[in-house]
Design a protein around this ligand. Sequence first.
Ligand code: ADP
Ligand code: MG
Length: 742
Amino acid sequence: MISTQGARARFSAVKEQAGRTPRKFDPPRDESGRRLKVSEFFGMNTFDQRLMREKLPKDVFAKLLTTIETGGRLDPGIAGTVAHAFKEWAISRGVTHFTHWFQPQTGATAEKHEAFLAFDEQRSPVEKFSGQQLIQGEPDASSFPSGGMRTTFEARGYTAWDPSSPVFIMETASCKTLCIPSVFLSHHGHALDEKTGFLRSVEVLSEKLCALLELSGTRGARRVVPMLGVEQEYFLIDRAFHMLRPDLIMTGRSLLGGQPPKGQQLEDHYFGSIAARVQSFMSEMEHELFKLGVPAKARHNEVAPSQYECAPIYGEANISIDHNQVMMEVIRKTAIRHNFAALMHEKPFAGVNGSGKHCNWSLAITASGQDLDGENLLDPGTTPGENLRFLLVLAGVLKGVHKHAGLLRAGVASAGNDHRLGANEAPPAILSVFLGDMLSKILDEIEKGAASGQNPEAAVIKLGVSRLPEVMRDNTDRNRTSPFAFTGNKFEFRAVGSSASPAFPVMLLNAAVADGVEEVAALVKKHLAAGKSVPEAAIETVRAVSTGTRPVRFEGNNYSEEWVQEAGRRGLPNLRKTPEALAQMTVPSSVEMLTRLGIFSELEVHSRYHVRLERYIKNMMIEVDTMKSMLDTMVLPAACSYHATLAWGAASAKTAGMNSPAVHVADRVSALAAALQVARTKLDAAARKAEAAGDEAAKARLYSLDVATAMTEARTASDELESVVADDLWPLPKYREMLFLI
Ligand code: ADP
Ligand code: MG
């Protein structure tokens, strides 16, 4: 039987995509039909502070603001008033439902909508929304991952409003829902989500930094918050192709597919002119984000064909994290309207660049009662005094990252990121810090002890520390190969994967740095107690930390093989695959730190490890099953069809006494199909063995090694067949079509 159905569907997808035109959309307008400026409608779908000030009684607003700005407890007495204001505003905007919007440990967000509809005493329909409904929700928690913290008979879970992130209206077609950013806890108060731990990490980091500032002479800082700018990379491919690829639908990445002759080697995509159809998608997507108060700032083509980036203006990390979740959702939904599928996977296409989510991170004083507000502790500053402050905070970062490099690696571990980390366009699985020439030189000088025996203040100046502002202006030596790079006045955590919620990796970064800062403060205290002046104590501390954290600092090419060797000699962990990386979460140093700082209980740490390990195993299982079914129902049938055609041609040529090339091609197809069959069997066996493994850790390990290898082998065999089988018999859209037709 010879079937060309599959290829026909592929060709009609090509035709469909060729007929596409850029979609027009309706930007917000005023009554006269004038198109509004962005500044006129920015945030119209959020109940932001401006609106709070306008709609809430003065005393209620003041109490709410205190909670938002200092992270204190919300006065339950004001909840009813706030809920009423939210409801009136939402209803006036055509909203019918509300939902507690939270981030369970699935990497995505969760929502359960409830109508405002209720009945009053006269049984007349009314809209109702109480303070209690605002503050707390009670979704059934049993179907969310808990890592063994909760059994199904203890199904109760609570969502609790997080007032520090503004409520917003999510619009889809004609449906509008009021979303209330929330945390998610179990019946016993264990954190079941990504945000609770994150918020705790913000608190403890602030506390440790304020203590260090106080010691080192910056007085009055009451709150320091991490600031975050999250760059989001993604791919867009035409939906017609997407729908013909079971692997993209099921797993988010192509499990099969031969390399086209042209990939990204011509370097013509990065910052290239943006295709009209894509621009119109980006513009609509950004309009949606603007309405939601997400300050989308930069858009550009990324390195790989069909790869793009959207970067917002940075803000308080808690809000930036919610904004990133919103951004991913808006990208996905808007893409569909433009007949695209947005792929957020870390490596949707083998052989071209993968996608990251660079987390730009700094530390800002937000409450001081003086003019310190807004100061960035990672800004090298202009005076020696401030430079000392900067150097001490830098020492805290170095200390934390060095001590917890393994844990930070665990924070970015996922099945998807395994394909990206260590590939030659992404940071390696080894966590190191890049500081740049200027800072490295300054630390070197301090280490050499140039400051000893001199007036420390003067010595600092002599060391060149007073020239630090030049770092901002002149330091263009960006190191794109580093997983954690200093970029002028912030660190760029580049190892985070594009599909990840930034909450978990940034929470671990906050925690690690809080721990580092605590140690730095203890050292300063020791020197002060020994009678040293503040500058002396600071320089001594920076010297000791700089020397001690040398192994984690690396300025060279992180992609090189020499670095892998060198890192090994330095004793830095090189955790290539997710299971070994995740294991770092439960080593004593990680558990001790996270529990001591009050970020998680021991149970919560272990549950997170289990949730992530389980997710890894499930992702791998889904990939294996998808691959097997594609090989069995698409690739092998195409190969057999082609072989049958050739066999028929070869036989008739033989009858006619002709020497036909069909004979050679038929032999080749037959050999390749046989090789694929062998690889397919091996994959099956490897997956069975993994399934039978005694415990989850062993299972995950087998998936990451034997199963992953078997998948690569099966893919190679299939991709070779793709290069031989007649194009009009091949059912799967090819790389050249998916990546180059826009
Ligand atoms: P690049 O791709 O060159 O690194 P982008 O403009 O794409 O730069 O992204 C840089 C990101 O860093 C933006 O989101 C920006 O708002 C953010 N950023 C800039 N300064 C800071 C800072 N002090 N703290 C945190 N994030 C910052
Ligand atoms: Mg960028």
